[in-house]
Ligand binder design. Sequence first.
Ligand code: SDX
Length: 431
Amino acid sequence: MADTSKTATLTFDNTSMELPILSPTAGPDVIDIRKLYGQGDVFTYDPGFTSTAACESTITFIDGEKGELLHRGYPIDQLASKSHYLEVCYLLLYGELPSAEQLEHFEFTITHHTMLHEQMQYFFRGFRRDAHPMAVMVGVVGAMAAFYHDSTDISDPRQREIASHRLIAKMPTIAAWAYKYSIGQPFVYPRNDLTYAENFLHMCFAVPAAEYKVDPILSRAMDRIFTLHADHEQNASTSTVRLASSSGANPFACIAAGIACLWGPAHGGANQACLEMLKEIGSPENIPEYIARAKDKEDPFRLMGFGHRVYKNFDPRATVMKQSADEVLDLLGVENNPILATAKELETQALADPYFAEKKLFPNVDFYSGIILEAMGFPTSMFTPIFALSRTVGWVSQWKEQLADPTMRIGRPRQLYTGAPYRDYVEVENR
Ligand code: SDX
């Protein structure tokens, strides 16, 4: 629990009040305004939550100035190079790195929850083949509530844990089947002899007609991409999951809401939008035109994969992703990838431009991820589903944390009303 020894004095009109200041482990102090409306009959106003802490959390911390991302205190660059995704899942869910025995049991549990109820295949078949895989994921994950009644009693910690395991385990199967359905290939079932990342690649790229060996370089890169996207404080989709969960909605409905929010191009949809932008730019000589457009207030165009609400320095995930892009493309023999060349030159020119430097706009996690995913053989439409798959552990960890908080109440923001004042109805003949 945060330290509450300090207070802030708020004075307005003929009112003055002392508001507690809560001091965190790391990051800015917060002014506790929970009693503000009751004592002062005023609201605060912060539509984009730029200055608002919506909850207390122990899971992830971002230092935007330093460009630092910690999961339960461990820096992302160390986790990306020394750990692996399921171990990071354990860390996010339970708060500590697992012992060898705990890790083995957790991996066994996740591995043995990867299958979907056979009848769920009919949900996929109800979509058009050209449906965006994110539309399929929203629908199928929401429909899990209809199949897993036993883990929708959110008051039971064990059932919350089972729901968390089911969601982490089944998301790769759902994402892979959405992809298979979109290309008209048969679903490939998960296998218990493969790792989490190997299983996903196998379900995406294997076909019944031939043996598919997962390339260890690709599975390592895939696992690292999962880790880099696992959790990120109270971003838009995580906040959506928390708000949905505050009403007591079942976990599958809450995660489906998070997937829907992530889809937007300002959030998780940026990886698809970024690669499409790089392809539209085409080659380094066209970069100045696009940078000029990004700076033009009259032009809605933005450099996708650049900027961040919190990072005012490099997104540490982008740094790791850039290294991984070089490795994967070299190892795949994708020499002189024009898109990677354009991305690197765009980054160089943008970071040298005063507009981006002054506004502290740096490449974010979405800038390089699409280049790797495309080199691995994924269509752009699968980029955000892979982000959603990776972020599921963050969503369920934050969901579990909120439900375990005895002070949790339904989220119900107020507003600054500037609409019409009270007025009586006017019959149509008198208008
Ligand atoms: C993710 O929150 C998270 O943690 C998200 C995420 C996660 O892991 O969950 O990190 C994942 O969503 C990463 C961000 C992916 N989105 C994009 O790459 C889309 C492009 N970026 C932007 O749309 C924007 O930077 C946001 C949405 C990421 C942040 O928006 P903010 O914080 O609301 O910033 P803003 O829109 O108020 O911009 C501040 C200024 C504006 O100029 P002024 O009005 O002050 O003159 O910077 C400009 C903007 O016009 N600006 C950009 C820009 N991003 C901001 N100008 C050109 N290109 C950009 N990309």
